[in-house]
Design a protein around this ligand. Sequence first.
Ligand code: ZN
Length: 236
Amino acid sequence: MSRKYKHILFLTGAGISAESGLSTFRSENGLWNNHRVEDVATIDAYLRNPDYVHQFYNDMRPELLKAVPNPAHLAITELQNNHPAQIDVVTQNVDTLHEKAGNKNIYHIHGQINQIVCMNCGYVFETWSDINSEDKCEKCGITGMLKPNIVFFGENLLYMNKVDALLKSCDLFVSVGTSGVVYPAAGFVQIAKMFGADTIELNMEKTSNNLLFDRHIYGPAGTTLPALVKELLENK
Ligand SMILES: [Zn+2]
């Protein structure tokens, strides 16, 4: 840990948002906020009953709008403001807590709750308002093709070319609050390590990816990440 890092890459998951009072969406029993994944997070479900799917995300938006960032999100801002390295944030979270904390260079690979995409023309826009199947795309004018810009199961993750480049160029890869079981994100550490990065895992407990990390720090991210940031700033 005495290297002078030039490019630090964070991968964040549900664990970083837990202390902001958000339930982690993917629970052990495969339920998302008490809904079956196949009912609310697949293209089939959306095509079968778009308004049911819209309602699920409409209901989620107010909770995520009022959520506030915790010390873990704020620590990344402090690092970005005070460390000379390039610092990027790849997140699996659909909340906007990284943005609210003032983080920069954020890539939401699973999409984000306050974005809508038109499946006809690809137009993406931001809103915290409700959407339904009668809404029209303001770009192409087609009705009923708006979808939450959330990556559903079976869809490709967003920004993957960019993320691949970041994984290969970073010299420190820090995973925060991810389960390490969902691919392709679970394989990111392997790529970063193969291309020479030091790897650190911050999590509540051991994960299945354990051996790929050079260092493990266990505990709530709101405590462990500020401590790591302090250490990085002392060695910058
Ligand atoms: Zn459109």
